[in-house]
Structures are given as structure tokens and as C-alpha cells.
Design a protein around this ligand. Structure first.
Ligand code: SF4
Length: 375
């Protein structure tokens, strides 16, 4: 039986954060019941021929679902062909989580919790539109620990409006004290279509200068390293052997099925994307029609480019052997000139059969990556 990973999208949030361009909606709770029914149908149909290696229920805010709906989804998943070493993550946000929900997750085999915190300062949290405070995060974290969850991720964000380097240091210090197994630390990106984008256009968003943001990133590297976390991807850090296996599937360009509105799948070189609007998704599933809004047959060139873009996000970079195995060609025949250029200027390194970005290369990763586009 073929092995695969599963992503389940829950597109509901209690309130929309000001920076968020994810396909999630506030005020559409009236669709939850129908949505969950459709999701169950889609999971059953698409997963039956596979053995599931990792599962990630994300969103949106999966922990915002009422326990009865969460239970229905978990019951469906429990009946799939699950690998005995399954990594099973649910994304949770403080302010939407409680003992009953965590207990349910535990009961149904969820073994990894990813909790959104972003920052600890109340004014910063309010400024980005989050509904929780640090106290609630700590309470939820403690509750999860008491229930036996021993693999928890904390999601953080830097480069927030009005955030100072000392604010960020304080956030890292407090989170390190909680000792999660995994920390994600992304820099804020202003995306079109968000309230932050409009504020930025009007000059009303006081985001830190580029240098300050770089200092925040470097502080993250140093503090997390000292606290025993290994950086394994540009924005992700884990205690030894506790990297997120599900995210590695994306960065390694392995196979995954995405279910739910707007979920993407990557199977046998094909990129498939479900309808983005919840209503369109429900209509398609209810009428036994395909939920795909887009089917893209990746060309060999697309696959090579994606393999490089995604792979170079990993600190270990890409394996030359894997490149040869997948594309039946030596990496030098495709990228010899680019590799030489960036190795010579110290942005890329090549050793032990791998190619990876150096510390300086990570800072300029956008420039380096863009040269891996093939004409
Ligand atoms: S909770 Fe997450 S998905 Fe929901 S609006 Fe905020 S950032 Fe977006």
C-alpha cells in the first residue's frame, strides 16, 4: 500500500487576524455542520488506498470546532490505515481550546499540538488582532502537558508593528522557559488583501526596519541554539529528533493529500487544489462532483524547481543523490553555473553530497532561490 501524508483544512476562525491571508473565515460558523459532513466524505474517499504516515489538521483554527464536530472528524481518521509511527498534529489557538477538546484529541491518538502564540506582550497581540493573551497560552500549554502531550510546537512571529528587539527577546525567553519541543518563528509578511496591507499603504503601520528585523532573526538563532533547539528549516527549530515530520514532507516534495476547502494535494507529480470558497466546496462534495478547482500536471522543469525551492529551505539543503534519483540527471548539468556562482560568493555550500544555504545565504535566500528558476 502506498504511503502518504494527510492535511485536513478547517477554514473557521473566531476572528480574523489583521495580517492573515490564509483561507480562513470568521462569521461562517453556520456552515460548520455541513462542512464537517463533506470533509468526512472526502477523507473516506481519498484516503482509502493509502497508508497514512503523518496527519496535520490545520486552518483556520481547528480547535475552534465544537467537540462534537471534532469528534466526528477524529473518528473518521481513526478508521484509516494509519502507520504505527504516525505523527498526528492539530493546530490550536488559545481562546478556543479547553480541557474537553484536548482530552478528545488525546483519546483519538493526536500526539502533537501546534499552538499559536506569536508574542507575549498584550499590546502586540492586540495590535495584530489575536484574541488571546499569554496567560491563556500558558494555561492551555500546561493543560496539554498534564494530559500527556509531549510534543508541542509554539508558533511565534517577529517583525510585528511597534515590536522592539527587547520585546522579541522577552517573548523568546518566556517561551523557552515553557520548554516546548518545537518552535516556529516566522517574520511578519504584509500580504495583499489584509487589513495590514491597507494600513501599510496608508503609512499607518510601524513595522521594524530591515536591520532590526535581521537582528531579531539573529537573536532567534542564538537564543534557541543556546536553549538546545536545532534549526532545521529557515523558520523552524526543534529539540533533537523532534522535527515536524509532516512539514518535512512538503519541503522534501513527498506525496500528500489535502482535504477541505482550499486544501492542496501533491500526488504523482500533480498539483491539485480544492475549491477555495467553503460554499463551493460543500456544493461540489454534496453533488458528488470533484472538489478540485485546479489540477496542474507539473512538468519535469516545475518539479525540479520546486524540489530546489522547497529543499533549500531546509538547513541541510538538498541531497544530490536524491536529485539524480528523481530527475535522472546530475544536478551540475542543470544548475552547474548557478551553484558555482553562489558557492564562490559564500551563499551556498556543497559538501558530503548535499547543497545548502550558508548563514549568509539564508539572509539573501530570496535572491539565491530566484536563480533556480529554469527558463
Ligand atoms: S487564527 Fe490563524 S488562520 Fe485564523 S485568522 Fe488568525 S492567523 Fe489566520
Amino acid at each position: 500500500m502506498d504511503k502518504i501524508s494527510l492535511y485536513v483544512h478547517i477554514p473557521f476562525c473566531k476572528r480574523k487576524c489583521f495580517y492573515c491571508d490564509f483561507p480562513s473565515y470568521a462569521g461562517k460558523e453556520y456552515l460548520v455542520e455541513e462542512y464537517v459532513e463533506c470533509l468526512i466524505q472526502e477523507i473516506q474517499e481519498k484516503c482509502k488506498l493509502y497508508e497514512i504516515q503523518t496527519i496535520f489538521i490545520g486552518g483556520g483554527t481547528p480547535s475552534y470546532l465544537e467537540p462534537k464536530f471534532m469528534k466526528k472528524i477524529l473518528e473518521t481518521i481513526k478508521k484509516l490505515n494509519l502507520n504505527s509511527n504516525l505523527e498526528f498534529t492539530i493546530e490550536c489557538n488559545p481562546g478556543s481550546l479547553n480541557y474537553e477538546k484536548l482530552n478528545l484529541m488525546k483519546e483519538f491518538g493526536v500526539n502533537r499540538i501546534s499552538m499559536g502564540l506569536q508574542a507575549i506582550q498584550p499590546s502586540l497581540l492586540k495590535g495584530i488582532g489575536r484574541i488571546h493573551n499569554f496567560e491563556e497560552f500558558k494555561e492551555n500549554f500546561k493543560m496539554a502537558r498534564e494530559l500527556g502531550f509531549n510534543n508541542i510546537n509554539a508558533d511565534l512571529m517577529f517583525g510585528l508593528p511597534t515590536q522592539t528587539l527587547s520585546n522579541w527577546k522577552e517573548t523568546l525567553e518566556e517561551v523557552i522557559k515553557l520548554n516546548p519541543e518545537h518552535i516556529s518563528a516566522y517574520s511578519l509578511i504584509i500580504e495583499e488583501g489584509t487589513p495590514f496591507y491597507n494600513m501599510d499603504e496608508e503609512g499607518k503601520l510601524l513595522i521594524p526596519a530591515e536591520d532590526d528585523e535581521r537582528n531579531m532573526y539573529n537573536l532567534t538563532l542564538n537564543m534557541l541554539k543556546d536553549a538546545g533547539y536545532e534549526q532545521y528549516e529557515i523558520s523552524n527549530y526543534a529539540k533533537h529528533n523532534l522535527e515536524c515530520k509532516h512539514n518535512l514532507v512538503y519541503w522534501n516534495m513527498d506525496k500528500w493529500i489535502g482535504v477541505g476547502s482550499s486544501a492542496a494535494s501533491y500526488i504523482n507529480g500533480k498539483r491539485l487544489k480544492n475549491f477555495s470558497l467553503i460554499e463551493d466546496y460543500i456544493r461540489a462534495i454534496k453533488n458528488n462532483k470533484s472538489a478540485y478547482e485546479e489540477v496542474i500536471e507539473n512538468s519535469n522543469k516545475d518539479n525540479i524547481e520546486e524540489f530546489m525551492f522547497m529543499g533549500l529551505r531546509k538547513i541541510k539543503g538538498i541531497e544530490e543523490y536524491e536529485f539524480r534519483k528523481r530527475f535522472k540527471i546530475n544536478i551540475d548539468e542543470v544548475y552547474g553555473t548557478v551553484l558555482k556562482k553562489y558557492i564562490d560568493c559564500g551563499l551556498l555550500k556543497r559538501e558530503y553530497g548535499r547543497v545548502y544555504l550558508t548563514k549568509k545565504g539564508i539572509e539573501f535566500s530570496n535572491n539565491v532561490m530566484s536563480e533556480f528558476l529554469l527558463n
